[in-house]
Write a protein that binds this ligand. Structure first.
Ligand code: PMP
Length: 314
């Protein structure tokens, strides 16, 4: 996965990939005490461009704030560091993973004086649920693991330890032959995939849930809501039940890694026409039009990776 990653931004400097390490006594390794982001950089006619970098960095700050982790860099410094990472590694497109975590000082659960460390890792990453999944849709299953409730762990934050819940769910799904898991919340409503938000389409309208259903508020979800609105499609936001998914015309997942992936089957039940529906296709086209810089209306969502001199390298 990291064959093409030569440089990693770590605590303000560019370091070689093999030197970008942390100690076994780091607090984050033991307790998952870190927050992170997942961002994509796309090919455009004007070179690589990062999609919705500002929105991702704002969520990064918000996640850190919930956990009381003071990120020692401004949003602007991080924005420049992300762009620099992509440029120095010579990518045309890639995935970007900023992470901020407690390093090594104490292993008491209270992090006390643990240093706050920040890294930005980048690597080329294909479609998360496969190119075929993007075209023909994926098969999913209801997870026996529930999504944790927002009164237990702040679900709108993207924190390292929270992903154990997702890992349990996706492993179980894959072991049983499915592509992805669908987690329900503790009231039995649909929450989300292990790394994606859910949309359903019925009678030409889009439906999705929100933070009331213990979801991470996805940046892609937000982009799709805006794209759909601009296309004149109505989007309704509220709780979703399994019955809504089973009786809908089309369904799809959204996420930075998964992009806009149709869902064709839930536990052996065919969803809609059993493939990529016409509205899902329209949303995909609009989404990739925006990420690829082909629609001037959404250029505001792109940060272009311009040529700049490298200032800090070790
Ligand atoms: N839910 C979860 C649990 C996720 O991990 C992700 C991926 N970050 C999403 C939803 C989708 O969020 P985004 O569109 O911001 O990538």
């Amino acid at each position: 996965m990291f064959d093409q990653t030569e440089w990693v931004w770590k605590d303000g400097k560019m370091v070689r990939w093999d030197l970008a390490t942390i100690h076994v006594s780091a607090h984050a390794l033991h307790y998952g005490s870190g927050v992170f982001e997942g961002i994509r950089c796309y090919v455009t006619e004007e070179g690589p461009a990062v999609f919705r970098l500002g929105a991702h960095l704002r969520r990064f700050s918000a996640s850190a704030e919930v956990y009381g982790i003071p990120i020692p860099y401004s949003e602007d410094e991080l924005r420049q560091a992300v762009v620099e990472c992509i440029r120095i590694n010579n990518y045309t497109s890639c995935y970007v993973r900023p992470i901020c975590y407690y390093g090594s000082d104490t292993l008491g659960v209270h992090p006390r004086q643990c240093p706050v460390e920040v890294a930005i890792l980048t690597w080329p990453w294909e479609a998360y649920l496969g190119d075929e999944g993007l075209k023909t849709g994926v098969r999913i299953t209801v997870s026996p693991w529930l999504k944790f409730d927002s009164q237990m762990v702040p679900t709108t934050a993207k924190a390292c330890g929270q992903y154990l819940n997702s890992m349990l769910a996706v492993r179980d799904a894959v072991r049983r032959g499915y592509d992805e898991a669908l987690l329900l919340d503790s009231d039995g409503y649909i929450a989300e995939g292990s790394g994606e938000n859910l949309f359903i389409v019925r009678d030409g309208r889009l439906f999705t849930n929100d933070e009331q259903s213990s979801i991470l508020m996805g940046v892609t979800r937000d982009a799709v809501i805006q794209l759909a609105g601009d296309m004149g499609l109505e989007v309704r936001i509220g709780k979703l039940q399994l019955g809504d998914l089973l009786s809908c015309d089309e369904a799809f997942f959204t996420g930075t890694a998964a992009e806009v992936t149709p869902i064709r089957e839930l536990d052996g039940n065919v969803i809609g026409g059993g493939g990529r529906g016409p509205i899902t296709l329209k949303i995909q086209e609009a989404f990739f039009g925006a990420t690829g810089g082909r629609n001037s209306r959404y250029r505001k969502w792109l940060d272009f990776v311009a040529e700049r001199p490298v200032e800090t390298m070790v």
